[in-house]
Design a protein around this ligand. Structure first.
Ligand code: ADP
Ligand code: MN
Ligand code: MN
Ligand code: MN
Ligand code: MN
Length: 351
């Protein structure tokens, strides 16, 4: 580890006008991958960036005999790690035949957002996650044992009540530097579990910003030797699961008398409950038990200020007769492109 201090000297070396672009894409299991390209000058728009490719047979995204997967830049962010003119480049994945890769969920979502842009969909996502140590046990928990029961940890302050605040703070700042619209953080009910919120973002930007925030989280935690788990139920038993609450509004729900649009949305969402659950994350049945502040996976329900339903309408919205609703069903590992995409499809119809 003696090299750590020396690294600083190299990181501050002059790049001689060149720029490092970290191309980031989503892999076959909802993880992120990235690799770096040297650019000859700074860029200000995603349109200035070349398409690139990677070996899809090494990521489970293509067969070995036809392994090229193309990565097309869709959004750029200032790079908080390399700083300066260096950038992070979020990409879509495409096949050599010009069709989207099987794991490219952004393409369909972007079409839906485009088709229904007039509704001005805003989303705000609450990303819950768990920090694990190198052995895969929740960070700070006694080895092979358990901390005391839930109660003191949610929004906790003080030794033994929260773990890994350093990683959480570093991630918060990294998101801000990158221009990711992070809007808050809190320690969660299960120790070593945290939440951050991103949004409100309009349309496809929600998925873009959430995916970049996930990349930043993995990347920051890597420097601290911690692992990030997006498992919806990281520890079985009397420990809260992890969700991806998705808050939704449209020009209609935000306007005076918008509650009637929220109630109309409830009927549409109820009719397609199973289709939504199908894309709301793997292993979500472990989490949506109707306990630990969740609704049951089998049955759609909604209510004002109800944290035990599929959808919660905030008390404030009911009072003001306008605002947004919270879809509490998505699991922490769900793909935000799929989640926001199906919500738009259900409320407005296809692209
Ligand atoms: P909770 O009480 O469920 O824990 P949070 O404060 O964690 O709520 O998250 C609320 C989320 O709602 C934030 O991500 C915020 O961006 C989002 N939000 C607020 N207003 C709107 C709106 N009008 N449309 C969509 N999302 C919104
Ligand atoms: Mn090579
Ligand atoms: Mn929250
Ligand atoms: Mn939460
Ligand atoms: Mn919530």
């Amino acid at each position: 580890m003696g090299g750590r201090k020396q690294l600083l000297k190299y990181l501050s070396l002059d790049q001689k006008g060149k720029v490092l672009a970290e191309y980031v894409w989503i892999d076959a299991v909802g993880g992120v991958r990235s690799k770096t390209k040297t650019l000859f000058k700074p860029v200000t728009s995603v349109n200035e960036l070349p398409e690139w490719n990677f070996d899809g047979s090494s990521t489970g995204q293509a067969p070995g005999d036809d392994s090229d997967v193309y990565i097309r830049p869709v959004a750029i962010f200032p790079d908080p790690f390399r700083q300066g003119d260096n950038i992070l480049v979020l990409c879509e994945t495409w096949g050599p035949d010009g069709t989207p890769n099987k794991f490219n969920f952004r393409h369909e979502a972007a079409k839906l957002m485009e088709a229904h842009a007039a509704q001005q969909f805003w989303f705000g996502i609450e990303q819950e996650y768990t920090l694990l140590d190198a052995d895969g046990w929740p960070y700070g928990w006694p080895k092979g044992g358990f901390p005391g029961p839930q109660g003191p940890y949610y929004c906790g302050v003080g030794t033994g009540k929260v773990y890994c605040r350093d990683i959480v703070e570093a991630h918060y700042k990294a998101c801000m530097y990158a221009g990711v619209l992070i809007s808050g953080i809190n320690a969660e009910v299960m120790p070593a579990q945290w939440e951050y919120q991103v949004g409100p973002c309009e349309g496809i930007e929600m998925g873009d910003h959430l995916w970049m925030s996930r990349f930043l989280l993995h990347r920051v935690a890597e420097e601290f030797g911690a692992r990030i788990s997006f498992s919806p139920k990281p520890v079985p038993g009397d420990w809260n699961g992890a969700g991806l609450h998705t808050n939704v509004s449209t020009a209609g729900t935000r306007a005076e008398g918008g509650m009637k649009h929220i109630l109309a949305a409830m009927a549409k969402l109820e009719a397609r409950h199973n289709e939504h659950i199908a894309v709301y994350g793997e292993g979500n049945e472990e989490r949506l038990t109707g306990r630990h502040e969740t609704g049951s996976i089998d049955k759609f329900s909604y209510g004002v200020a109800d944290r035990g339903g599929s959808i919660r309408i905030p008390r404030q919205c009911a009072k003001e007769d306008k605002g947004y609703f919270e879809d509490r069903r998505p699991a922490s590992n769900a793909d935000p492109y799929q989640v926001t995409g199906i919500i738009v499809e259900t409320l407005c119809g296809g692209a």
